[in-house]
Every structure is written in C-alpha cells, then in structure tokens.
Design a protein around this ligand. Structure first.
Ligand code: UT7
Length: 342
C-alpha cells in the first residue's frame, strides 16, 4: 500500500521521503463569558451539586450574540497556524467539523477560508456530531496520504448555546461554546498511527435537532414547540457512548500496533467525567493519564477534543514521542478513536 502511495506521489512530483501525517500545531478559541452552575440554578430546577456529581461540569463558556461558529473557528485556526509556522497561503484543505454552522450553507469551512485568505485551499464542513473532529482528522489525513494535499487545517467549532433549550434542565446544563484547530502536515516520522470510525443511524432519535432542516422547516409552529433545540435521551446515549468508545479505542490501539500500557495521554470527548471514567477503567488506563477539562467547558461537541488537545499541549503534558489516544462519540450515532505519536 505504502509503495503504491509513494509511486503515486512520485507521479505527482511530491517528495516521496515524507510518508506520514503529523499534527504540526494546535490552537483554541473560547468565548470569555462564563455560565456557572450557580447561574443555571436560577434558570432551571437544578443544583450545582447535581450537575457536578452527575457530569463533572462546573462552568461552560457562552458566546455573545455577535459571535458565531466561524468567528471562533477563525481565531483557533490563526493560533494553530502560528504554532505550526504555516501561512494561510500554504493550506491545501480546510475542514470544519460542526453541528452549529453559521448558516446551513455555505459551509463554515468556506467562511474560514475567506477570513484567512487561504486562496489555494478548498473547504467544506463535516457533520458527525461530537465525533466530528475525528471524522475530519481521518478525512484530512486521507488527503495527505493520497498525495492531494501537504497541509490541511482541521477545525472543530460549535456555538451549541444557540441550539440549547435553557428551559430543559436535562440538556441545558451540559453544553458550551468554543473551537479548537489543528494543522496536519506530511512528515518524515510517524504521527497519526490509526483512526477508527463507526456509525449507527438506527439510534438517531436519541440525540438530534428536530427542526430547521428539510424534514421540519422553520415555522411559527416549530418555534412554538421548541423544535429548534437539542433533544437527547441522556442515559441511553451514556450507555452507548461507553460501549462504542471502548470498542473503537481497542480497535485503534490494535491497528496502531501498540498495547494500552503504551498510552501516555487519553484525550476523550468531554461530555461527562463519568463516561470518561467508565471508558478509562475498561481500557485499564491509570487516572493520571486522562486529560479532563469538562469542568471548565462542558460538552462542546466537535470542539471538545481539539480544545483539550491544545490545553494539554500548553500545559506541557505532551513530550515528543508520547502516545495519545483520542476517543469521541456523538449524534448519529457516530464514534471514533485515534492513536497519535506526538
Ligand atoms: O456529546 C454527545 C454525547 N452525549 C453524551 O455523552 C451525554 C450522555 N449522557 C449523560 O451525560 C447523562 O446521561 C446526563 C448527565 C445527561 C444525565 O445523567 P444520568 O445519570 O443519566 O441521569 P438521568 O437522565 O437518568 O436522570 C436522573 C434523574 C431524573 O429524575 P428521576 O426521573 O430519577 O426523578 C432526572 O429528571 O435526574 C433528573 N435530572 C436532573 N435533576 C437535577 C435530569 N437533569 C437534571 C438536572 N438537575 N439538570
């Protein structure tokens, strides 16, 4: 397979010595406004104690009305590009994973492309719920593997507060806004070792946004019935999330040709500390190897993994050669895991 890729790259005039894909830089953008559990106690029938013990969340960030997904995606991208020492003109592909695009179309990817002035890049969005970042990572890597790209910008960005029902205590305590970005580049040394994705559309109604698409277009009635907000059956999603993230992580670890004890840092989708704990225990990963920031941001869907990665980098938790396990699960259902050598 590798020799086939190298031959294809030779034909395309691409340097053949570089056959791997690495994360070359990371960045994040989160809005400054904090919504605390105490604030939520004043809005719905809940308590700080319930939210902390059931989810691990203490506060989340909420974007001001003039800020939308592309604004945070743009800011996170600038930081990731700077960290990778990459100019916008050198980006070949921009992929934004989001369930809260600025508009249904054009894609948020195109809006980011324009703001960056990344004239050479083609751009699009991926909608794969909270697993969106891993779907985008796999897609971006495939463009580099195929020889079609050298540099790919991947962004996970969400303004979930716009689709959160602040009258529904079962969901409004969970979600927050933010964006994380990474730059992927061809490399001489291994970076991304494996990415395993999965989906099961049978359970789509357990986590979805009823209206605003072609099934239920916006109408007075759809607004009155609060159909433009997230609906979720939390405990069913919880069970499926644990099972799927465990299974895909085992698959990704195997495909990367390593054993679980080689993992230096486990960066999971930050939905609920109890989910991360359950997956960690099933994979036999010690607690000190798990990165968590769900307490400060809540669930930011596609943005949660790249935000966590950027914070782990900034906190000095990653040294060259470290092995990271990523895992995520979300609406669709969709899920995925990846093993990356830093
Ligand atoms: O990111 C995509 C994937 N999403 C997820 O991974 C989310 C997965 N689900 C979860 O994180 C959890 O299921 C939740 C945090 C959403 C809920 O926790 P749970 O332990 O599954 O609670 P539950 O839904 O079984 O509800 C237990 C009780 C219920 O009351 P009764 O029926 O036992 O009397 C709820 O009505 O807690 C009640 N409850 C609340 N009480 C206070 C639900 N939400 C709240 C609340 N405050 N905010």
């Amino acid at each position: 397979m590798l020799s086939l890729i190298i031959s294809l790259q030779k034909l395309k005039g691409v340097s053949v010595a570089l056959s791997y894909v690495k994360i070359a830089g990371t960045g994040l953008s989160t809005p400054p406004r904090i919504l605390s559990n105490a604030d939520l106690e004043k809005m719905v029938d809940t308590s700080d104690e319930w939210i902390r013990t059931r989810t691990g969340i203490v506060e989340r960030r909420i974007a001001d009305p003039e800020i939308s997904t592309s604004d945070m995606a743009y800011e996170a991208s600038l930081k990731a590009l700077e960290a990778a020492s990459v100019e916008p003109k050198d980006i070949d592909v921009i992929i934004v994973a989001t369930v809260t695009p600025d508009h249904l179309f054009p894609s948020t990817g195109c809006l980011v492309q324009s703001r960056l002035g990344a004239k050479k890049a083609f751009a699009f969005d991926i909608l794969a719920g909270c697993a969106g970042f891993l779907y985008a990572l796999k897609t971006g890597k495939a463009f580099i593997d195929s020889g079609d790209a050298e540099t790919v910008l991947i962004v996970g960005a969400e303004t979930l507060s716009r689709i959160t029902d602040f009258q529904d205590r079962t969901t409004c305590i969970l979600f927050g806004d933010g964006a994380g970005a990474v730059v992927l580049r061809r490399s001489e040394t291994p970076g991304i070792l494996s990415i395993c994705l999965g989906a099961n559309g049978d359970n789509w109604e357990l986590l979805y946004l009823p209206a605003g698409g072609s099934r239920i277009p916006a109408s007075e009635e759809s607004v009155k019935k609060r159909l433009h907000f997230i609906r979720m059956k939390g405990s069913e999603v919880f069970r499926e999330a644990v099972k799927a993230m465990e299974a895909s992580s085992i698959e990704a670890i195997k495909k990367a040709n390593i054993t679980p004890d080689k993992i230096d840092l486990f960066i999971s989708h930050q939905a609920n500390y109890r989910i991360m704990e359950a997956v960690r225990k099933r994979l036999n990963i010690p607690p000190e190897k798990v990165f968590m920031n769900v307490d400060r941001y809540g669930n930011t869907s596609s943005a949660s993994v790249p935000i966590a990665l950027d914070e782990a980098v900034k906190e000095g938790k990653l040294r060259q050669g470290n092995i990271i396990l990523f895992a995520a699960f979300g609406a669709g259902f969709t899920w995925g895991s990846a093993v990356v050598r830093w």
